[in-house]
Each structure stands twice: as structure tokens, then as C-alpha cells.
Design a protein around this ligand. Structure first.
Ligand code: SAM
Length: 324
């Protein structure tokens, strides 16, 4: 599909049509899959990228698959459960340090955020455009739903989440309105979207006024940024020298965490003459190419790729050198 075939990789797998893998060719280039390598896809989704990795692995290769979402894991079991090269584990990639098999990895992929099936199925409660229960949990069996949190959090906490994770300028007004109507608790996505629309004017860009708040609540409910920070540390520890880390972000908060993580491990901090000379900095990662974005052809085929940013880094050896 698209640029994948042109770049000399197997075409992006076509099934299942519900989720087009974003930046497929660039991820395959970044991971540089070797036949007998050991890879981890921490965000299986519907397996678009995982299928591409598997196509390039030989019989001695291994692919470890994780996802928080039980439906994604069921899909992984259906599609790959019979493949002896594949291991599947349900859970957050933040916990990958506890997975015995996840070590000496040649590559780790995190394709962050929600999958198309999560957004498209109203019952998952992620979408302001499709009425469903106000849930938003990637793992519906763990933690609080959006409805439970909005029913108990205080106004300041709700406003802080909307501001910090959604950059919602009307965060205080929205939080006040949510708390004011607690006598009739919010249980549906459409009720929350309507409430936000009643207090927030539609923006110049004509986007739905609930867009930023839904993003913010989803990030909070799923602890997305804390998981990313823990997952990046765990991925770095699990990679072997020469192994590649590839992370696709969909909004600036997660991209900033990834960018700063790579920079922190790739570049010496600026010298401060007032402080004692620090030990010699030995880089642990090499940044391979900065921010990589979708090309026109992909954007035309998959509007979801518009906000996607891929960053790729390579783990260095103990002396800060690239492994040939
Ligand atoms: C954008 S989709 C991945 C799509 C996948 N690359 C594909 O080609 O089908 C993101 C997936 O990551 C999962 N996810 C998000 N954060 C996660 C985390 N911290 N740990 C494990 N899975 C996570 C979501 O449940 C969702 O299924």
C-alpha cells in the first residue's frame, strides 16, 4: 500500500480495513527488521504494523505483542496466536519491564493513542460524534470510566485536566458546567458533547467544541503520558545495542515527551559554568532523523495520519558508538 511498496518493503497489509497503519513504510525503514531479530509492538491495535514486521521475520525471529485493550488482544490471538514466533500479552507497555521475554530487543514500536476501531465503535465511549456510554477506557476492566471520574472529581481537578491535556481555553467554564449538573449525572458521550457545546463557542476552524475536552479526558483516564514516560524507559532498557525505538505520536504532548526523551539520551546537556564539571556525557541513543511525517499520498488516503509524527532512535553501545 502507498509508499510501502515503493520503499522496497512488503506492501502494508490490507486486512483488516478498519485500521490503516500510519506511516507504515517509515516505520518499517526505522525498525530495519532483520530476519532473526526480536521485536516488540507495544500497541498492537489491529496489527497493521505487526503484520509488516512478521512478514520480514524468518523462522528464527520473534515478535512480542502488547495492548491494553482486550479487543485488540483478542484480535491478536485470532490473527497470530498460532504463529510460533509470536508471544502476546495484555497490558500497558509501561509494564514491559516485567515481561521476561522482552529483553535484547532489536526493535520496539509504540504507535500511540486510540485505534480506529476504538473511535468507531460507539460503545467504547471515545467519540463525541457517536453516542455511547461515557467510558473512554482502553482497558474497560481497569480503572475509572470517564463518567465515574466526571461524577466525583472536583471542579479544579477537571479544569486542570482539560487545560493541561487539551489546552482548552474554556476549561474552567466547562468544569463548572459539569459539576453544576451532577444532579443528573453524565452517562453518555452525546450528553457531554452537548454540555460542552452549550458553554463553548464553535471555533473559527469549525472543529467540534468537544474535540479538546474529549482528548484531555481520554489522556487522563488512560494515564497516557505517565505510561509513555515509563514505557520509553522500559523500552530503552529492553533494547540491545543497535536496536531501534520507533514512536508515533498524535498530539504535541506525547511528541514532546518522546522528543525530549531521545534528546536527553542523545545529546549532552548544555554546560553550566557555575556548576561543577559533570561527568563526561556518554550518549545512549542516536536520534535518526527527527520528526517524520506522512506524505501527501498517505494524507489523501488516511486523514488520521495528518497529526502523526514518527521519531526513531537507535541504542548505542556502552561507549556511545553506533553498532555496525
Ligand atoms: C493507534 S493504535 C495502534 C495501531 C497499530 N499500530 C496497527 O497498525 O493496527 C493504538 C493502540 O495502542 C493501544 N495502547 C495505547 N496506549 C497503550 C499502552 N500504554 N499500553 C498498551 N497499549 C496501548 C490502544 O489500545 C490501541 O489499540
Amino acid at each position: 500500500m502507498r509508499t510501502g511498496a515503493q520503499a522496497g518493503h512488503p506492501a502494508a497489509p490490507s486486512a483488516p480495513a478498519a485500521h490503516l497503519p500510519v506511516l507504515y513504510a517509515q516505520v518499517m525503514d526505522g525498525l530495519r527488521v532483520v530476519e532473526d531479530g526480536r521485536y516488540l509492538d507495544g500497541t498492537f491495535g489491529r496489527g497493521g504494523h505487526a503484520r509488516g514486521v512478521l512478514q520480514q521475520l524468518g523462522p528464527g525471529g520473534r515478535l512480542l505483542l502488547m495492548d491494553k485493550d482486550p479487543e485488540a488482544i483478542a484480535e491478536a490471538e485470532r490473527g497470530f496466536g498460532g504463529d510460533a514466533r509470536v508471544s502476546i500479552r495484555r497490558g500497558s507497555f509501561a509494564t514491559l519491564a516485567g515481561w521476561e521475554e522482552a529483553r535484547d530487543l532489536d526493535g520496539v514500536l509504540f504507535d500511540l493513542g486510540v485505534s480506529s476501531p476504538q473511535l468507531d465503535v460507539a460503545e467504547r465511549g471515545f467519540s463525541f460524534g457517536k453516542d455511547g456510554p461515557l467510558d473512554m477506557r482502553m482497558d474497560p476492566e481497569s480503572g475509572e470510566s470517564a463518567a465515574q471520574w466526571l461524577a466525583r472529581a472536583d471542579e479544579a481537578e477537571i479544569a486542570e485536566v482539560l487545560w493541561r491535556y487539551g489546552e482548552e481555553k474554556q476549561s474552567r467554564r466547562i468544569a463548572r458546567a459539569i459539576v453544576a449538573r451532577r444532579a443528573q449525572p453524565l452517562t453518555r458521550t452525546a450528553e457531554l458533547a452537548a454540555l460542552i457545546a452549550s458553554v463553548v463557542p464553535r471555533g473559527k476552524d469549525k472543529s467540534n467544541p468537544a474535540t479538546r475536552s474529549f482528548q484531555a479526558i481520554r489522556i487522563h483516564i488512560n494515564r497516557e503520558l505517565a505510561d509513555l514516560e515509563a514505557g520509553l524507559d522500559a523500552a530503552l532498557a529492553a533494547l540491545k545495542p543497535g536496536g531501534r525505538l520507533a514512536v508515533i505520536s498524535f498530539h504535541s504532548l506525547e511528541d514532546r515527551i518522546t522528543k525530549q526523551f531521545i534528546a536527553r539520551h542523545a545529546k549532552a546537556p548544555p554546560a553550566n559554568r557555575r556548576l561543577p564539571q559533570a561527568e563526561v556525557f556518554v550518549p545512549v541513543l542516536a536520534d535518526l532523523g527527527g520528526a517524520i511525517r506522512a506524505d501527501e499520498a498517505e494524507l489523501a488516503a488516511n486523514p488520521r495520519a495528518r497529526s502523526a509524527v514518527l521519531r526513531v532512535a537507535e541504542k548505542l553501545d556502552g561507549q556511545g558508538r553506533r553498532v555496525a
